[in-house]
Design a protein around this ligand. Structure first.
Ligand SMILES: Nc1nc2c(c(=O)[nH]1)N[C@H]1C(S)=C(S)[C@@H](COP(=O)(O)OP(=O)(O)OC[C@H]3O[C@@H](n4cnc5c(=O)[nH]c(N)nc54)[C@H](O)[C@@H]3O)O[C@H]1N2
Ligand SMILES: Nc1nc2c(c(=O)[nH]1)N[C@H]1C(S)=C(S)[C@@H](COP(=O)(O)OP(=O)(O)OC[C@H]3O[C@@H](n4cnc5c(=O)[nH]c(N)nc54)[C@H](O)[C@@H]3O)O[C@H]1N2
Ligand SMILES: [Mo]
Length: 671
């Protein structure tokens, strides 16, 4: 693989996972033949046999139980073309409403809050390159030094330019170590923290009244809600001291411009939408949104975390970020798909709710681009639900823990072996051309959907060619919030990406110089709401779904390490990465370790109301004494998600990965 030094997102730098990604391509560690379950075992089969089996079982179950007995689960790692085609496949070929994807576990709370406040959800409303030139960034619950290492340089440059960095994280992470100010709240209390900061902004007279008047609505209610959160009370809830709160307000408000960026810390909570809303309120009250070098952004995670959430693999969504329950959107997309609008199903269930329904009213599942046995909350239960399915088909590159439970496994191509577009967290659409030939026996996800559609009676509209799929996506997205209609492969080949929205001028050839230039910076004139104003969220603090008690006195939070990726399905197969991060661990503070009698490396058991997990203790002063941390990359007895709480945010349906009540004990007799 070559590193492109001129490329602005990462400026040529690749992190460890990027550099070693080529290793995953080795046939020794990946699937190269379809597998079909026979006599309880997965055995090699031809593509024809495997595809026939899937079509026959999906068709049979649908005939017996109806289309909604078929579930589809996608992933934010899929290209735009695949995510689009998967959503269309579910609605048009299967006719099911039961489709959702792993992005629901990722940034859905930020997406919901962004849509409420601004009328549009794009990770960053500005290019990453703006970050070094702003005055202050508050980074809430992001450990980007480990999770987006190439982007760390934007923050280093920010500080070199005289800007300041505030990091909000219960742990003193590698990212927090770079900060001018580190606030370490108790997990699940960011909502109170943001409200406390807003209270001080008002009390210290730091609001931007002209901006509030001109560009927002709902301030009175939001202001009243914030004023009810006194700094001393916020200190008690969060553990962040009043002087630290005041210092944060000073750093954020003094410069001309400032940004708030959130990641999974505040979002993966059962109140994630309100929490992000509170951080957006802080931006709005101080006039720091929709202005140059200022704004709120969400640091989106997966390979195509942005594009994957725009084109219809989400339960309530149609391509172009349209809503499935909007009659005009249904009519438009049905027109592009050549079906009657009333044949499109209603919105379905969210990811966890869908997984929870497996084996009951959902009897078959087609899975593409996720490994929920490791990554879903309350994973032992989800695993049991998956095992109870009448039929499971999995498309994957490797034999994931979920693929092991399948009735049919299809080996698919991965990124360097296929052409397709992805959309960066900045809303920049990028084209990646196929660079290498896939091993024999491997086909693309688009081929799988094409073949299954044909077997289920739909001959047209499921191309195997990515550009052809993109051409249809352009038309389907035209006029929607995420409008790609002015973007073509031809343009993308010549440009360093094009930012959506990029509508097609009615009479312009999109390859022309007069074509729409794309939109690197959003909201500078108006927000995407009907009245053009941003909306404050009238939110108040509430506790996590599961607060500690006598039986489960500690909080568990979860996250990532630099050398493993997600459910680890791919990275656990790479020797260099395993050497760096060989297995799960439990981070605990020395005081807590002393109390339970644990020494460094001792196996400790973490127990929640959902189950127990065991992993070696890693003792560190970088974590709060009332909190333990586990990365979630591993299956088996160290699986963090055995413990996590599937309590859902009422709006985004995001599960509470970032806090649940646990107890921690050393394994064996107490020392
Ligand atoms: N190496 C690596 N990189 C990755 C990934 C990976 O698996 N491995 N995954 C990719 C994906 S899909 C994503 S979504 C991103 C995620 O990127 P991040 O959001 O940076 O990742 P996390 O480690 O899940 O969470 C970030 C931080 O949130 C903190 N946190 C925990 N609870 C709370 C809380 O209540 N409040 C606050 N403020 N912080 C809290 C954790 O201590 C952690 O340091 O990373 C992407 N990049
Ligand atoms: N406790 C806890 N749990 C979490 C989180 C957390 O912070 N804490 N974070 C959540 C978040 S943010 C996310 S994004 C999820 C991620 O967790 P998962 O949804 O499990 O994501 P991956 O591990 O990336 O799984 C992707 C699977 O798809 C395969 N794959 C990769 N590319 C392709 C492709 O192009 N086509 C097909 N068919 N397959 C492909 C990979 O080999 C892998 O098996 O985990 C969530 N779970
Ligand atoms: Mo994610």
């Amino acid at each position: 693989m070559t590193e492109r030094t001129d490329f602005p997102v990462n400026r040529g730098a690749l992190c460890g996972k990027g550099r070693t990604a080529a290793e995953v391509l080795s046939p020794a560690v990946r699937l190269t033949s379809p597998l079909v379950r026979s006599g309880g075992r997965l055995v090699e089969a031809s593509w024809t046999e495997a595809l026939d089996r899937i079509a026959e079982r999906l068709g049979g179950i649908r005939a017996e139980y109806g289309a909604d007995a078929l579930g589809v689960f996608g992933g934010g790692g899929l290209t735009n073309e695949k995510a689009y085609t998967l959503g269309k496949f579910a609605r048009v070929v299967l006719g099911t409403s039961q489709i959702d994807y792993n992005g629901r576990f990722c940034m859905s709370s930020a997406a919901a809050a962004g849509t409420k406040a601004f009328g549009l959800d794009r990770g960053l409303p500005f290019p990453l390159e703006d970050i070094p030139r702003t005055g202050c960034v508050i980074l809430v619950g992001s450990n980007l030094a480990e999770t987006m290492p190439p982007s760390l340089r934007f923050f280093t440059e920010l500080r070199e330019n005289g800007g300041t960095l505030i990091v909000v994280d219960p742990r003193r992470t590698r990212t927090a170590e770079q900060a001018d100010l580190h606030l370490a709240p108790r997990p699940g209390t960011d909502l109170a923290l943001a409200l406390g900061l807003l209270h001080l902004v008002v009390a210290e007279g730091r609001t931007d009244e002209a901006y509030i008047q001109e560009r927002t609505t709902g301030w009175e209610q939001a202001r009243a809600a914030a004023m009810a959160h006194w700094p001393e009370q916020v200190e008690r809830i969060t553990g962040v001291s009043v002087p630290q709160l005041r210092e944060a307000v000073r750093l954020f408000c003094e410069p001309e411009s400032a940004m708030v960026l959130t990641a999974r810390g505040p979002e993966q909570q059962s109140k994630g939408t309100d929490t992000v809303g509170a951080w957006i309120n802080l931006c709005l009250a101080t006039g720091r949104a929709g202005r140059p070098l200022s704004g709120y952004g969400c640091l989106t995670g997966q390979g195509n975390g942005q594009g994957g959430r725009e084109h219809g693999q989400k339960a309530d969504q149609l391509p172009g970020y349209r809503k499935l329950d909007d009659p005009a959107a249904r009519a438009h997309v049905a027109g592009v798909w050549g079906v009657a609008p009333d044949t499109l199903p209603a919105p379905g269930r969210s990811a966890y709710e869908l997984l929870d329904a497996l084996g009951t009213d959902i009897r078959a599942l087609l899975l593409m681009g996720s490994n929920p046995v490791v990554s879903a909350p309350r994973a032992a239960h989800v695993e049991e639900r998956i095992r109870s399915l009448g039929f499971l088909a999995v498309c994957d590159v490797v034999m994931s823990e979920t693929a092991q439970l399948a009735d049919v496994v299809l080996p698919v191509t991965q990124w360097a072996e296929e052409t397709g577009t992805t959309t960066s967290l900045e809303g920049r659409v990028l084209l990646r051309r196929q660079a290498i030939t896939p091993p024999p026996g491997v086909h693309s996800d688009l081929y799988v959907l094409h073949e299954l559609a044909a077997r289920l009676g739909v001959e047209k509209g499921f191309p195997t060619d990515a550009e052809e799929a993109f051409e249809e996506l352009r038309r389907a997205s035209a006029g929607g919030p995420a409008d790609y209609s002015g973007i073509t492969y031809g343009r993308l080949a010549g440009e360093n990406g094009v930012y959506w929205p990029c509508p097609q001028n009615a009479d312009a050839d999109p390859e022309d110089a007069v074509a729409h230039p794309g939109t690197p910076r959003l909201f500078l004139d108006r927000f995407a709401t009907p009245d053009g104003r941003a909306r404050f969220a009238p939110v108040t603090h509430r506790p996590t779904a599961e607060e500690p008690d006598a039986e489960y006195p500690l909080l568990l939070t979860t996250g990532r390490v630099v050398s493993q990726y997600q459910s680890g399905a791919q990275t656990r197969r790479v020797a260099e990465l395993n050497a760096a991060a060989p297995g799960p661990f439990v981070e605990l503070h020395p005081r807590l370790a002393a109390r339970i009698g644990a020494a460094e490396g001792d196996p400790v058991t973490v127990t929640s109301r959902r189950g127990r997990a065991t992993a070696p203790a890693r003792i560190t002063t970088s974590i709060r004494p009332d909190t333990v941390f586990m990365p979630f990359h591993w299956p088996g007895e160290g699986r963090a998600n055995t413990l996590t709480n599937p309590a859902l945010d009422p709006t985004s349906r995001m599960p509470e990965f970032k806090s649940c009540a646990v107890r921690v004990e050393v394994v064996g007799p107490r020392k």
